[in-house]
Ligand binder design. Sequence first.
Ligand code: PHE
Length: 459
Amino acid sequence: MLLTLRVPRSRLCLGRQQHRRLLASTAPEEAKRQTTQHPLQLEINGNTYPTDSWTNVTPRILSHLGLNKHLQRDHPLSIIRQRIINYFYGAYRNQRGNPLFSVYDKLSPIVTVQQNFDNLLIPIDHVSRQKSDCYYVNREHLLRAHTTAHQVELISGGLDNFLVVGEVYRRDEIDSTHYPVFHQADAVRLVTKDKLFERNPGLELFEETWSGSLADPKRILPSSKCMDQTKQPCHTLEAVKLMEHEMKHVLVGLTKDLFGPRIKYRWVDTYFPFTQPSWELEIYFKDNWLEVLGCGIMRHEILQKAGVHQSIGYAFGVGLERLAMILFDIPDIRLFWSNDSGFLSQFSEQDLQNLPKYKPISHYPQCSNDLSFWLPANVEIDAGFSANDFYDLARTIAGDVVEQISLVDKFKHPKTGKTSLCFRIVYRHMERTLTQAEVNEIHKHIADASVEAFNVQIR
Ligand code: PHE
């Protein structure tokens, strides 16, 4: 998930991989896509953007804006989002016992080139800026390629501990593990000298020899100049080591919280333009080392740009789909976009700690039947009758052929004062097509049992 913004050392000079990318970008299919005519302007979320030769967003990609799967109740991505947030709430509290981190999960995914790249010191010729890698609205705006794009605006706004969650867009092939829209969570934590060296007040964040001058915003250092894994020239080794220790401790804690205390993990040195030193955390899963997150000590130029001069920070970013696929055993990334109740009804945020394993959705057709009844006089929903009791009863009788039950209608009779409820029951078999006749029979059983158990009157 942390694909293109990470540049392995071999790719920094025009290595074989990058060469292949350049060739690929002139392939006939790509050429066709690039010359596709766009309207003169695009209307997105109520804003108008003039198009130009950089425009390559497609209506299909734009249709993902606002779907907010990470905020959809009971969606696996929303469950993972909450697990990460809750972990950070627990890991860092202020003196009053309140969470230190604030969460931004509704920021617009349309960002500027400055937010997505320049602010993060991503070199002008970096592969991740290419038209073939991103969805550009025009030469100045794109759909964010990582949630890291919001760092500088949030720090400039005065924040020092925050999480950003949202969907990101990268041009990619579509297969069971790649989809051009996926979700990330990013975090930033800034610490001042007083806090970091609480117990060693003699220590400093910055090297005495460092001038402290503001980085020239036009002079982005070439990547080769910031690959030293020890530290950035401005920081003291003590500051970096303490920060690294805290960050790794917290991120291993998060990993254990998600995957259990016995998960095997390892730290791998890496390079990101916006952190130095940088690492990836890998976990051992199904006989493979899998990268789960990227992190590092924030480049001081970024903090300076955001108006923060007396702090050191760490940042990390993690892809939610990969976590969810492992934790719920979801085999295909496309399922996260499914509206099939057979998929959605398997997950619930009632119990965030016990994550169920995904059961393949049946490809046999669904069959839906409604059941309406009057509750006894003076009984109402949650006052003498609970919908959950009905759900349990239906599942006891019908077992796994009941895929989903929802309350679709409820009203009170104006004269008798009795309450009427209508439940929609979706039936589907895992191995074969159910006939309407057999569904009717099961449905009748549920109706009879409801009369018996709840004293209701079928309508
Ligand atoms: N933005 C990086 C990616 O998408 C992840 C990252 C975030 C790495 C913050 C370090 C710090 O690959």
